[in-house]
Design a protein around this ligand. Structure first.
Ligand SMILES: Nc1nc2c(ncn2[C@@H]2O[C@H](COP(=O)(O)OP(=O)(O)OP(=O)(O)O)[C@@H](O)[C@H]2O)c(=O)[nH]1
Ligand SMILES: [Mg+2]
Length: 290
């Protein structure tokens, strides 16, 4: 799986984010709550340095709520506040804004002590493709967005959007390129839709997803596809074929239509029709760091 999905982007993005970093007070790092390891950029600590940051577990409506708790604890141990968020419904946005104030209080206190005028807090959102950056920005800003750069006298152009009277948001989110040389990460990113489907063989992706669901969520498969199988003894291909029969993913001659089947399974997963699933646990971090 050594496909170069994001050719040439890694270095460019790093430079871009680092260039903007000095303009902001706090960075909001968006992760996909279903794949917190794979949706993290391995260079993020290096890129952000000492900049205050908040981790958001986005799409938490789709993830396993028990494992979400473990992840929040995991980040807490590292001194990072992680907040579950749903960028579509806006659940968690209030918590985010509250945390932004907490993270930036030392800075504002310092400015005040120096006798400088108070100013709005500036934040920037970063995350991998498709993780929900634009959705979150829309949710934060709403329809009545004032692009503060449009004010006369602001020379920088329209790069700041006012979120509240005391918080401004960098107009364009930073795209982080995930770690693509890790096979497991590549697959997880494919499952969740972070990699363009046109570059994927969807039949193979569905096969790999089924393999993982057999191990992690056998009951989900049983229930969703009405299967009666012992997942400890059957092969993934048998599971695929059984789902194909149940869901009528067959060609005219009754052969399984693996493309149609693959699309069905992947779409079910992405839309949350398989239930609340998380494919990575904090306890698996060690084996993945190698
Ligand atoms: N269920 C669910 N879906 C979400 C959530 N946030 C975003 N989405 C969906 O995820 C998809 C990607 O969202 P975007 O906001 O376009 O993501 P992005 O990070 O801006 O993507 P790029 O601009 O391609 O990098 C869309 O289909 C959203 O509707 C969430 O919290 N829950
Ligand atoms: Mg976007």
């Amino acid at each position: 799986m050594h496909i170069n999905w994001y050719p040439g982007h890694m270095k460019k993005t790093k430079e871009l984010i680092q260039g903007h970093l000095k303009l902001v007070d706090v960075v909001v790092e968006l992760l996909d709550a279903r794949i917190p390891i794979s949706s993290r950029n391995p260079q993020i600590d290096e890129i952000l340095g000492q900049k205050p940051r908040i981790v958001l577990m986005n799409k938490f409506d789709l993830c396993d709520q028990r494992i979400l708790k473990d992840w929040i604890d995991y980040f807490k141990e590292q001194g990072i506040v992680a907040i579950p968020i749903n960028s579509i419904s806006g659940d968690g946005v209030k918590d985010l804004l509250k945390q932004v104030k907490i993270e930036t209080k030392p800075l504002l206190d310092k400015l005040k002590a120096q006798g400088r005028a108070t100013r709005a807090i500036r934040m920037m959102i970063v995350g991998i493709p498709n993780v929900g950056k634009s959705s979150l920005i829309n949710k934060l800003v709403g329809k009545k967005a004032t692009r503060t750069g449009n004010k006369p006298g602001v020379t920088k152009g329209k790069q700041w959007i006012r979120v509240r009277d005391d918080i401004e948001l960098f107009d364009t989110p930073g795209i982080l390129w995930p770690k693509i040389d890790d096979k497991e990460a590549g697959l997880n990113l494919a499952f969740t839709g972070a990699i363009n489907d046109d570059t994927l063989i969807i039949e193979d992706i569905a096969f790999e997803l089924i393999k993982r669901l057999m191990k992690r969520y056998p009951d989900v498969l049983t229930k969703r596809y009405d299967l009666e199988m012992d997942f400890e003894t059957v092969e993934p291909i048998e599971v695929l074929d059984a789902i194909a029969k149940k869901r009528n993913c067959l060609e005219r001659n009754k052969d399984v239509d693996y493309f149609k089947l693959g699309k069905l399974i992947i779409t079910d997963f992405r839309n949350g029709r398989l239930g609340h699933l998380t494919l990575e646990k904090p306890s698996e971090m060690d084996q993945r760091n190698g």
